[in-house]
Design a protein around this ligand. Structure first.
Ligand code: FES
Length: 100
């Protein structure tokens, strides 16, 4: 595992998201109830930016055509055979690190 620091935990408010571009990867980072989660930012449908989606509890809705994804598992709620990749996170010294 290679955990890379992506930002401070204070850069993402509770129940919001942040776009991260690091090592040629585009991630959507979420703060859900002060727990942090990361998924690929690109919606597998037609490339919508999931970090710009609306968050409701553990779900994010793609801003383009409203496919919904569980933020913790990456599971698409509309089409069960589709998932977005999820990434392990750890928080150390107030910094968020993602396992790329
Ligand atoms: S691009 Fe995300 S639902 Fe279409």
């Amino acid at each position: 595992m290679v955990f890379i620091e992506v930002c401070s935990r204070y850069e993402i408010d509770k129940d919001s998201s942040k776009f991260i571009n690091i090592n040629n990867k585009e991630l959507a980072l979420f703060n859900i109830d002060n727990e942090f989660f990361a998924v690929d930012n690109t919606c597998p449908h037609q490339g919508g930016s999931l970090s710009e989606g609306e968050i409701h509890q553990e779900e994010v809705t793609c801003p383009l055509h409203c496919w919904m994804f569980n933020i913790k598992s990456g599971q698409c709620l509309n089409i069960p055979s589709i998932k977005v990749k999820t990434y392990k996170i750890k928080v150390e010294n107030e910094k968020i690190l993602v396992d790329l």
